[in-house]
Ligand binder design. Structure first.
Ligand SMILES: *Cc1c(COP(=O)(O)O)cnc(C)c1O
Length: 402
């Protein structure tokens, strides 16, 4: 018999004081969400059915849709992306992928794996959004069945600001549109029905301030008809939308739902409905703009120009000689604040999603960031940064970022 390994309690691995998660996700979760995540109930039966019904109803609000084709996914946001691709794309389908970073690229990789012919459009400058003009040009040359894009590209901090126009062009040309709103949903407007989007997905661990590993996806009626009528073999079992719907619409067994995660999402959605989207958007914008101004007032440059800068994830240019890992370790070791590096870019990223947009978190983060830059030998004006934060967060018309 093989011997068990030497064990240690988890408390010896975790820090005594939890890290403040100010990176590109996961983000801090409210107490109500954490508490719900500690509960297991039967995954089938009237209690769970009621939970699921209400999760769907609250999801209709956050997606701004009347569609009932809303499913939870036991998996990361990438699994929800894969559900959209696996159900709407099959061998020979022509997919136009709007690629401006790691996550928008992922759609193209997934589509290739199910046999699609993928055409990519990249931004006209190295880092930036995809324009409606570029999409219009692409449709002049070719016909596409599906267009994929992100609302916000987390990897570099760019917002596809022409999203509504792009969706319109794609729809006029008969394509279905899949939008990844993983880092943006509930942090800024997204109107699924009004803009005509066919599939939108979100993970738990970003704007919703829930746990990672349970995601939500909404399909339009048009997309649902495509899924129902497809003749081609369906490659996935867990991610088959029709099978998943047996649970999400009828309480039947597909696989055992991640019950605590669904309960956590329930609470996260409830808090969002209570706050209202209008107020939540204001809080996010105000918080992110305050952070951006504070960083600039310190004398540090932001990576993305204001016109298409993503508010949900703020990218910071690292001055010459600053080491990303050392900078972030300094913040973590001395202040218990974690921010993100980046894949292949000389930037660090600060998240502004859900609970990250609270004043106490902003003050703590900017303070830690300023001292970390100083430690790197950069002469920052930390007081000016802190003053900017105070000024920007001053309440107007009773709108507090508490
Ligand atoms: C985080 C993120 C993803 C991936 O989420 P996972 O839960 O890691 O799969 C996809 N798209 C965007 C825009 C994201 O920010």
């Amino acid at each position: 018999m093989q011997k068990p390994p030497k064990t240690i309690p988890l408390s010896e691995i975790l820090p005594d004081e939890p890290m403040l998660l100010m990176g590109a996700g996961p983000v801090p979760i409210p107490y109500a969400v954490a508490r719900a995540n500690g509960v297991v109930i039967n995954h089938l039966g009237e209690t769970m059915n009621q939970v699921v019904r209400r999760v769907k109803e609250m999801s209709q609000y956050i997606f701004q849709t009347k569609s009932d084709h809303i499913l939870g996914v036991a998996g990361p946001a990438s699994a929800a992306m894969e559900m959209a691709i696996g159900n709407l794309v099959w061998p020979g389908r022509k997919v136009l992928t709007l690629k401006n970073g790691t996550f928008s690229d992922r759609f193209g990789l997934m589509a290739q794996r199910v046999g699609a012919e993928v055409t990519e459009i990249s931004p006209t400058q190295e880092i930036g959004p995809i324009s409606a003009d570029q999409v219009r040009e692409a449709f002049k040359k070719e016909k596409f069945d599906v267009v994929t894009m992100v609302q916000g590209e987390t990897s570099c901090g760019v917002e596809n600001v022409e999203l509504p126009q792009i969706v319109k062009i794609a729809k006029e040309n008969g394509a279905l549109v899949i939008v990844d709103a993983v880092c943006t949903l509930t942090t800024m407007p997204l109107k699924m029905d009004q803009w005509g989007i066919d599939a939108v997905m979100v993970g738990g661990q970003k704007g919703l301030s829930s746990i990672p590993g349970v995601s939500l996806i909404a399909f339009s009626e048009e997309a649902w008809q495509v899924i129902k009528n497809r003749k081609e073999p369906r490659p996935h079992w867990c991610l088959d939308a029709l099978l998943a719907d047996e649970f999400w619409s009828g309480g039947g067994y597909h696989y055992t739902a991640p019950v605590p995660g669904v309960l956590a999402v329930f609470e996260a959605l409830r808090l969002i409905c209570q706050e209202t989207l209008e107020k939540r958007f204001i809080r996010h914008k105000k918080s992110s703009v305050a952070l951006q101004n504070a960083i600039e007032k310190m004398g540090i440059e932001l990576f993305v120009p204001k016109e298409h800068r993503l508010n949900s994830v703020v990218s910071i240019d690292l001055p010459q000689g600053v080491d990303s890992v050392r900078l972030r370790d300094f913040m973590a070791d001395h202040f218990h604040v974690e921010i993100s590096g980046a894949f292949g870019l000389n930037i660090v990223r600060i998240g502004q999603m859900g609970e990250q947009c609270r004043s106490q978190n902003l003050f703590k983060t900017v303070h830690a960031l300023g001292l970390a830059f100083r430690n790197e030998g950069v002469n920052v004006d930390l007081s000016a940064g802190m003053a900017a934060l105070e000024e920007e967060l001053a309440p107007e018309e009773g709108e507090f970022v508490r």
